[in-house]
Each structure stands twice: as structure tokens, then as C-alpha cells.
Design a protein around this ligand. Structure first.
Ligand code: GTP
Ligand code: MG
Length: 273
């Protein structure tokens, strides 16, 4: 075969991508990457100093993918080092520790830092994000449950995985899903699929579930003022029931939110004349 034709075919099949890991210090970013690339786990904490860089090759369908992995340090101290490395990424692994709520709450600020550093280049639609709810092996200390993490991720169009770098749970599924989504995106002209279409629930449903989870009492949960009338309670209830009914809403946590709303209405109506 003509060597130029052969070269062009090979070029179409091979792909180079850059991925980065983000999340608070000590959540397990380096261990997740080590578990995948080296099939081992190191229990001793060795903080990443600034950035660790590695290359690996993976196969997605008929394409060979050369993956450049930039493993970021989570400690604020290394901000000046890592801020150089956000640009030109096709994939981001966002990691939090299911036993540390602040590491989950910090995910938004990691996205903000990333957007800031990418500046005018910040086209988040051309990046695949996966969220790792890590250290799921430590069940007793878990404080962020699956539906909460999944809702945060999926409402942004990000894939969600429960992982343990220690046991290996979810790690290869996560990387396979991640690399195949990046390949799909590259083959789709560099745009990821529309999240509203692929996730099957709306931002209003996601925001309502989040609001219900963090409400302080039954009034707050139904979104009515303390001392509201039966009519006001019933009206608010009906609106939420339509929005969150499990037959209509597939958002993570919708079933629990729906039950909580039913209970809130029952307990309020008991005390309203
Ligand atoms: P920085 O590099 O400082 O940003 O931290 P990191 O996010 O890379 O964390 P690292 O991977 O170094 O892991 C931190 C600590 O958590 C280490 O002591 C690991 O052994 C431990 N660890 C990581 N993943 C898991 C896990 O899935 N389960 C358990 N039990 N421990 C884990
Ligand atoms: Mg690290």
C-alpha cells in the first residue's frame, strides 16, 4: 500500500488526548490513577508536589488513544504550579472523598478555578467531566450519599462513578467510560452531547431536590411561610408532587424527595385547623 495512504489511515485511528485530575488534597486522585495504570494501591499518603505527569495508551473501539495524564496537587499551596496546566484538556476527573463533605462542597470551586485559568479558552462544552465519589470502601465514615453526588454530577452533564482506589471498585469502569466519551466527543467535532437530552431530567427538578434535601423544616420544604393556610400548603404540595413524582422524574434522589414532601404535607395539615 502507498505509505502516505497507510499513514493517513493510522492517523485517523490514533488520537492524542490530555486529561487532568482535580479535587481537594488527599481525596485520592493519585491513587485512582495509580490503581488504573499500575494496578496497585499505596496506603501511605504522598502528597503530589505541584503536578505529576504520565502517559498511557488505551484502545477505544478501533482507535488507539495516547493519554497524557496531568495529576494535579489539591493543596492550595500549589495553585501557582497547577494553574499552568488547565489549558487544552479534553477530559477532567473530579474527585471527592465520600467521608469528607468539604471535599464534595469544594467541587464547584474547582470548576471555578479551572474556568478562571482557562480564560477566554474556557469552552466547557468541549471537555468531558467524570466525577469520582472515592473511598467508598470506608462505608462507616461515609457522609455524602450516592444520590447527592450523582445529582450534582448528572445535573451538569457529568458522568458519576462510585470508586475505591483501595479495592479497585469502579476504577476501570470509570476510565473506560471516560475515554470512550472523549473519543465520541472528538469524533463528534469536539462537542459533548447536550446534557439536558442525555440525562432525562431538568435543572428545575435537580435544584428542587437539592433545596428539599437542605430544608430546615416542613414549611421550608414545601416552600411556604410558617403559618400558611391549608390551601397554600396543598397548592405548594401539588406543584412539587407533579415535578417530582417518581413516574415522571428520574433525577437521582427524586423518590426520597417525593416521600419527604408527602410526609411534610401530612405533618403540616395535622396541625392546621
Ligand atoms: P494530593 O496529591 O495532595 O492532592 O492528594 P491526592 O488526592 O492525590 O490523594 P492520594 O491519592 O495521595 O491519597 C490520599 C490518601 O488517601 C492516601 O493515604 C491514600 O492511601 C488514601 N486513599 C486514596 N484512595 C483511597 C480509597 O479509595 N480508599 C481508602 N481507604 N483510602 C484511599
Ligand atoms: Mg496526588
Amino acid at each position: 500500500m502507498d505509505t502516505n495512504v497507510q499513514k493517513r489511515r493510522e492517523n485517523k485511528k490514533s488520537l492524542r488526548i490530555k486529561v487532568i485530575s482535580l479535587g481537594n488534597a488527599e481525596v485520592g486522585k493519585s491513587c485512582i490513577i495509580k490503581r488504573y495504570c499500575e494496578k496497585r494501591f499505596v496506603p501511605k499518603y504522598l502528597a503530589t508536589i505541584g503536578i505529576d505527569y504520565g502517559v498511557t495508551k488505551v484502545q477505544v473501539r478501533d482507535r488507539e488513544i495516547k493519554v497524557n495524564i496531568f495529576d494535579m496537587a489539591g493543596h492550595p499551596f500549589f495553585y501557582e504550579v497547577r494553574n499552568e496546566f488547565y489549558k487544552d484538556s479534553q477530559g477532567v476527573i473530579l474527585v471527592y472523598d465520600v467521608g469528607l463533605r468539604e471535599s464534595f462542597d469544594a467541587l464547584d470551586s474547582w470548576l471555578t478555578e479551572m474556568k478562571q485559568e482557562m480564560g477566554s479558552q474556557a469552552n466547557m462544552e468541549s471537555i468531558i467531566f467524570v466525577v469520582c465519589a472515592n473511598k467508598v470502601d470506608l462505608t462507616k465514615r461515609r457522609v455524602v450519599d450516592e444520590s447527592e453526588g450523582r445529582l450534582w454530577a448528572e445535573s451538569r452533564g457529568f458522568q458519576y462513578f462510585e470508586t475505591s482506589a483501595q479495592s479497585g471498585e469502579g476504577i476501570s469502569e470509570m476510565f473506560q467510560g471516560f475515554f470512550s466519551s472523549i473519543t465520541d466527543m472528538c469524533e463528534n467535532g469536539g462537542k459533548r452531547p447536550n446534557p439536558e437530552v442525555s440525562i432525562g431530567f431538568t435543572k428545575e427538578q435537580a435544584d428542587t431536590i437539592r433545596r428539599i434535601r437542605s430544608s430546615k423544616d416542613s414549611w421550608d420544604m414545601l416552600g411556604v411561610k410558617p403559618g400558611a393556610t391549608r390551601e397554600e400548603v396543598n397548592k405548594a404540595y401539588r406543584k412539587l408532587a407533579v415535578l417530582l413524582h417518581p413516574d415522571k422524574c428520574v433525577a437521582p434522589g427524586s423518590e426520597d424527595a417525593f416521600k419527604a414532601v408527602v410526609n411534610a404535607r401530612t405533618s403540616l395539615l395535622k396541625n392546621i385547623k
